[in-house]
Design a protein around this ligand. Structure first.
Ligand code: ACK
Length: 961
């Protein structure tokens, strides 16, 4: 029928209206309007549509549809929808089959149609957003609807569409069938062909680019990913001009004479550096002038250099049998920064008979050769002996400059009487055993020794004890303290000089168990606790503290605890201290110190899982050679970043790479040698905790929830032991894997807070996630492990309320005020009382009263071992009185429901009591007037109203009711 060749069945169903537009081009419209007749089943089949290889196609329909209500009578049979179908084939079957099959099989035309229609698959039922009426017709208003559906994955060469009408009044004005493709693109000297996307909604098709002339792939072939939306995403790798060429206007041009380009990742040809030349075009390196040298590790843009001159201003300082040598850097460093010094030590033989090498007994601190500092300590020389020292300066090219005479400076010194060297023996909490050797060549027989000692930095008071032996045990010392010891000898001629100072430390009070061997150590703890109890009985008043559950409210300052830790009072012997990447001058060095560089060819990006601040977050397999394949998350840094953004991005890896704990997200490595820069971490199947809990509201047992909280607390205990303060602990920053293991993630310093959508600016500047942050951290930036504990309390609340937003829709300002006025979040629904108590302790105003993370872990373990302790739930009336008056978020109906008086809601509304504020003013008389007649109910409501008033009065100043 008509030019389109579409087929309608039955013949009196869909009809084609052929018209022409103002340019006489044909316009086809199909319409059907058999609304008054029963049992309509009108089909309209398109002709065969080629897919051209597309696996997902889009169908855009434009149509008008008559409003059934506007039809006079017969509305009962009228429909306002129609159906769209498709049928995939590899050839145009209509042409082959039409008529022939039927003839052969004896099928009627109707049976043939039915058979064909049964092969069609339904795409959707199409309804109109707007239907038209008689009035619209009169007004000549065209209510055109546009609907788009997509279809895929398609696997055959083509398909048919069909439109089924079951009794509607439709005019099909336009059917547009299209697919999306990623267009031909030249990016970073690589060409990417026109590409058809994959069939799945979030699928990416990886395409390898082709490098333009005189260019090469940098590290790996360039790749891009074609999305189903027809957009090129996640560029990986690129092409660069080969050495000796440079990129000018998108092509590669040869380097001129005197210029060179050696590295693929430098952009342009560069002038040869000082003392070097390039005598041809297309040079990939420059050669050194005579007398100048280069070593393999020198970067190509570095000048050619020569050996240094001798060190200057050498001086010596003799102390007994040690000599401290010091000098200044040479006048001429040869143009290099790698100047090092070697010491040649020779002893002058008695009577000037010559010199001999000092031998292995002499110690050089830090070492004898390749010294980078301009000083050295030479110890264990012989007493009363002459020595000659030669100090030599060398640099990276000294070895190459064979004909360059060595440049020395020499120093002659004479040693004195040897002093006493004190050694430390067995050490306990309150004692240290000391020993020393008799001094050589004393001026007479030694009668006794005097030992002087004092606590380090307290030298205003010291103790002296005497000994006839060359050893003794010094007792009565403080645990975990550093002491200074000096020893001198007395002969009949009197006292000699005190030895130099020796620093020794006593043992700590108590050793904590390590996180990694907790179970085996539990036994030791049990024994330790028993011992502690025995000791307690014997030494009354002497308190031994160990690792135990429960926590006392009066505690030392958390800062102090940290200081102890840093000063070597190590609580967890196996745990290192976190190193702030800021302490590295070069942030790249920090990244490579803590993170492994991964070759991008070991990673495949399969899908995008989210959007991070710096670029997409993707996932895919990581196949490291010799290791089993694992699934990883890949955070990418989007193109066009600044150096600062790159540094900020990799900052997180420098931090994460320092941690190794089952409840801290594990860093697999970084990709920095190719673009995009990536951070690779273990993959956490269930994503972030807040979304995960919202999705699974009410699905877990209390033990499962406590298990998650225990994991988070254990991760935080590890971080605080490392001396790391997280500052942004919140459920959104916890990731969950398929085994429900929770891991702390999102590291960084201020950057973390800059990225967090929850972070708000405070009056002192800087962004802080107010709802999760302790008051002292908001007020004066006192971020400590104790403020992390506050945030942990909020995370507990988020977990127990399945991802509810803390303080709901209250403004940040109101949250700050409420906390200031001692209000705290109410216990979540069905929350065990023990957990709510723990939360409330985490929210103690005085930070030293908050529990420590190890105490939290310990308490949660105890609760998990005794599930009956979780049976008692937070009292609901206790929850509600805080809830209503503090947060004032509820309607009168919700409040009545909460006190089980919901049946009176309508009466309250009819009586004009529609806000909690008006309810708060009600008297018993008012209650009777609205229709609360039962005395028991009146009493219950009045009691609750009175409580409400108390809270309203105390919150009136802060909370808008
Ligand atoms: O809630 P989600 O699914 O979990 O969405 C965010 C998104 O990426 C942006 O950060 C998810 N995400 C981040 N790191 C990982 C990871 N290691 N494993 C799985 N998903 C991750 C996060």
């Amino acid at each position: 029928m008509g030019d389109l060749g579409w087929v309608a069945y039955p013949k009196n169903g869909w009809e084609e209206i052929g018209e022409v537009d103002e340019d006489y081009a044909p316009i086809h419209t199909y319409q059907v309007c058999r609304v008054m007749e029963q049992n309509q089943n009108n089909w309209l089949h398109t002709n065969w549509i080629l897919t051209e290889g597309a696996q997902r196609v889009f169908i855009e329909l434009k149509f008008t549809l008559r409003d059934c209500n506007s039809l006079p009578g017969g509305v009962g049979t009228c429909k306002e929808t129609f159906n769209m179908y498709y049928y995939e084939t590899n050839g145009d079957e209509e042409e082959i089959e039409d008529g022939e099959m039927r003839d052969g099989t004896g099928m009627t035309e109707e049976e043939d149609r039915l058979m064909k229609e049964s092969r069609y698959i339904k795409i959707d039922t199409i309804a109109a957003d707007e239907s038209f009426t008689e009035l619209d017709l009169g007004d000549r208003v065209m209510k055109l609807n546009t609907e788009v559906r997509d279809l895929g994955p398609l696997t055959r060469k083509g398909f048919y569409l069909a439109f089924q009408d079951l009794g509607a009044c439709i005019a099909l004005v336009s059917v547009r069938v299209f697919y999306k493709r990623c267009p031909f693109l030249v990016k970073s000297l690589a060409e990417f062909p026109d590409t058809i996307p994959g069939s799945e909604a979030s699928q990416l098709v990886e395409v390898v680019g082709h490098c333009v002339n005189n260019s090469l792939p940098l590290y790996e072939p360039p790749r891009m990913h074609c999305s189903t939306e027809g957009e090129w995403l996640v560029p990986i790798g690129k092409c660069v001009c080969q050495p000796g060429f440079e990129e000018i206007n998108g092509s590669c041009k040869v380097c001129k004479m005197g210029f060179y380009r050696s590295l693929l990742d430098s952009l342009a040809c560069s002038k040869c550096p000082p003392h070097s030349v390039a005598r041809q075009t297309g040079a990939t390196s420059c050669s050194c002038e005579d007398g100048y040298y280069k070593i393999d590790s020198d970067p190509p843009n570095m000048a050619c250099t020569r050996p240094p001159s001798a060190p200057r201003n050498a001086i010596s300082n003799v102390n007994e049998t040690s000599v401290f040598l010091e000098w200044s850097v040479p006048m001429e460093t040869g143009g290099r920064k790698d100047v090092r010094y070697n010491i040649l030590c020779r002893r002058v033989l008695p009577d000037g008979r010559g010199l001999e090498e000092c031998g292995p007994n002499v110690r050089f601190l830090p070492r004898r050769v390749a010294l980078s500092n301009t000083s050295v300590m030479v110890a264990d020389l012989q007493s009363h002996t002459n020595y000659s020292f030669l100090l030599e300066a060398v640099n990276g090219v000294s070895e190459l400059a064979k004909d360059h005479a060595k440049q020395y400076v020499s120093l002659n010194v004479t040693t004195n009487q040897a002093g006493i060297v004190v050694r430390k023996g067995h050490t306990e909490k309150s004692s240290i055993a000391l020993s020393w050797a008799e001094p050589d060549r004393p001026n007479g027989i030694i009668l006794e020794y005097e030992i002087k000692y004092f606590e380090k930095e307290q030298d205003s008071s010291y103790t002296i004890i005497k000994s006839k032996e060359t050893e003794m045990v010094v007792e009565g010392l403080k645990p975990s303290s550093v002491y200074i010891f000096q020893v001198r000898a007395r002969t009949s001629a009197g006292y000699g000089a005190f030895s130099r100072r020796f620093e020794f430390q006593t043992s700590p009070y108590c050793e904590y168990i390590t996180a990694t061997s907790e179970r085996t150590q539990a036994l030791i703890v049990a024994v330790a606790i028993t011992l502690a109890l025995v000791l307690l009985a014997v030494v009354a008043g002497f308190l031994l503290s160990g690792r135990r559950c429960g926590y006392s409210k009066a505690k030392q300052d958390p800062e102090e605890e940290k200081m102890h830790f840093h000063n070597g009072h190590i609580k967890f012997p196996g745990v290192r201290t976190y190193i702030d990447p800021l302490t590295y001058e070069d942030p790249n060095q920090a990244v490579h110190e803590f993170a492994q560089e991964i070759d991008v060819s070991f990673i495949s990006i399969e899908r995008i899982i989210g959007a991070g601040e710096f670029g997409e977050v993707c996932s895919g397999p990581l196949r490291l050679p010799g290791k089993r394949e694992i699934q990883v998350a890949i955070k990418t840094l989007k193109a066009g970043y600044t150096e600062q953004q790159r540094r900020d991005f990799l900052w997180e890896a420098s931090i994460m790479g320092q941690f190794n704990h089952p409840n801290i997200i594990r860093l697999e490595g970084v990709v920095t040698k190719s673009k995009p820069v990536m951070i690779i971490t273990e993959y956490m199947e269930n994503g972030s905790l807040d979304t995960f809990l919202k999705k699974n509201d009410g699905q877990f047992t209390v033990i499962q929830l406590v298990g998650m909280l225990r994991g988070i607390a254990s991760g935080m205990r590890y971080l605080s032991d490392m001396g790391y303060v997280h500052r942004d602990l919140a459920a959104r920053n916890i990731l969950v894997n398929s085994n429900l293991v929770c891991k702390v993630s999102d590291f960084g310093l201020s950057r973390v807070l800059e990225d967090d959508p929850e972070a708000a600016y405070t009056t002192r500047g800087g962004k802080i996630p107010i709802r999760w942050t302790a008051p002292e951290a908001i007020a004066y930036r006192k971020f400590t492990s104790a403020s992390d504990v506050w945030s942990y309390g909020i995370v507990m609340w988020e977990v127990m309320s399945y991802g509810e937003r803390p303080y709901w829709e209250m403004s940040n300002q109101d949250v700050i005020k409420a906390i200031e006025e001692s209000y705290r979040l109410p216990g979540p629904m069905d929350c065990p009382e023990a957990l709510y108590h723990l939360m409330m302790d985490c929210w103690q105003r005085e930070r030293s009263n908050r529990p420590k993370f190890d105490e939290i872990v310990c308490l949660l373990d105890k609760l998990i071992r005794n599930p009956s302790s979780l049976k008692k739930l937070v009292n609901s009336s206790h929850r509600w009185d805080l809830w209503v008056c503090f947060f004032c978020l509820f309607t009168v109906g919700e409040w009545l429901d909460s006190i089980k008086m919901g049946r009176y809601t309508e009466l309250f509304m009819e009586g004009g009591y529609s806000s909690l504020e008006t309810v708060a003013q009600m008297t018993s008389e008012d209650l009777r007037r609205v229709g609360v007649n039962l005395a028991g109910h009146q009493k219950k409501i009045i009691t609750n109203i009175q409580e409400m008033r108390v809270h309203m009065n105390s919150t009136n100043s802060t909370v808008n009711i």
